[in-house]
Design a protein around this ligand. Structure first.
Ligand code: ZN
Ligand code: ZN
Length: 367
């Protein structure tokens, strides 16, 4: 048996005893979890927004489904097809499980992996038991785990499971951020701050950070934002004007506006704001998970020759980002605000849910 944080029905989770996972397939790895975290998508599940997860949980209410898709593990047992890892190895568990050989994995779009036990590359804590437990079974270990280098803290490594790759792939890479660019980041939660950190590794000229919380803006300045704006303190049009002012005369002949606007909130107003901020030839890279339709101002956008992108992380840049963490050009640890022990899981969820008051960003849980 082991302890795990399981989701039972909307609003109901429990830290409880359930059977310890076993190897099922030759491509499986069993890992002892040494650090894990809670993500915004766990809260979506908890609210009952993710119907398939609720359905799976209710099939076995005595157990439920273990939440979580981010962890650092010590490999305990490996299936007979595992060639890259041995018991005792410390590994980063990717939020995306990739078989490595299906149509989508071949296209480097592992988020849609069809060789999996679920319906996409996101199966942990969604369609199979996740990582918020003492032990986890990792399918397709060879292509879904990354060996942790020595001397890097679990805190830093944990940010490479989801937050940093998501912000880098869906924000920075999709947006095409390059050296010398002007970049706006709208929303400075864990993913927005991760976007800031990974943007910075590409040496943009400006990073304009926009958020309603002054404390987050202060942190953004410390982490490398060149300008900060609190939309709660200026009128909407004044906000756009400020961005235009900051981006005027960056290069002779260039129109004001940012080259890339990265949306990290997921509500209509922030996406609509991004459309007002970009210069001609600019990009809007949407990371936020939207629950409602947004207004697309095509009548203004077409003549800007702009690009709009969005997506689900494929976690195919994890090694590249890990190298940046090792060489020191990327340090994700300032995003971590709280540490808890496993038996404080329920409390950790309360703190994470109430981020507005608790100022929680990323929470690390250890045994
Ligand atoms: Zn996540
Ligand atoms: Zn696949």
């Amino acid at each position: 048996m082991m302890k795990a944080l399981t989701y039972i029905s909307p609003g109901v989770i429990a830290w409880r005893q359930i059977p310890k996972p076993k190897l099922i397939k030759s491509t499986d790895v069993i890992g002892k979890v040494v650090a894990t975290t809670i993500c915004g998508s766990d809260l979506h599940i908890l609210k009952g927004d993710v119907l398939e997860t609720t359905e799976i949980a209710q099939k076995d209410p005595k157990k439920g489904i273990v939440l979580g898709h981010e962890a650092i593990i010590v490999v305990e047992e490996v299936g007979s097809s595992i060639t890259k890892f041995n018991p005792g190895d410390i590994c980063i568990v990717s939020c995306i499980t990739a078989c490595g050989s299906c149509y989508y994995c071949e296209k480097n779009l592992q988020s849609h992996c069809s060789g999996n036990e679920g319906t996409s590359g996101w199966i942990f804590g969604h369609e199979i038991d996740g990582t918020q437990a003492e032990y986890v079974r990792v399918p397709f270990g060879n292509t879904s785990l990354f060996k942790a280098p020595k001397g890097v803290s679990y805190d830093k490594l944990l940010m490479l499971c989801d937050a940093i790759p998501t912000s880098y792939e869906i924000g920075v890479k999709n947006g095409g951020v390059k050296a010398g660019d002007s970049v706006a980041i709208v929303g400075l939660g864990p993913v927005g701050l991760s976007a800031l950190l990974s943007t910075k590794t590409l040496n943009p000229k400006q990073i304009i950070a926009i958020d309603m919380d002054d404390q987050r803006l202060e942190l953004a300045t410390k982490l490398g934002a060149t300008h900060v704006i609190n939309p709660g303190k200026v009128f909407a049009s004044a906000l756009t004007n400020k961005v235009m002012e900051y981006t005027t005369d960056l290069i002779p002949g260039r129109e004001p506006g940012v080259d890339v606007a990265i949306e990290c909130v997921g509500v209509p107003s922030t996406f609509e704001l991004c459309q007002d901020l970009i210069t001609s030839g600019g990009s809007i890279a949407n990371i936020g998970v939207h629950g409602k339709s947004v207004e697309l101002k095509l009548q203004k956008l077409w003549i800007k020759d702009c690009k709009i992108t969005t997506g689900l992380v494929s976690a195919n840049t994890t090694q590249e980002l890990l190298d940046k963490v090792v060489d020191g050009s990327l340090d994700p640890s300032p995003i971590i605000t709280h540490h808890f022990k496993f038996d404080e899981f329920e409390k950790a969820y309360e703190i994470f849910k109430d981020a507005k008051n608790t100022k929680a960003m990323k929470i690390v849980l250890t045994p």
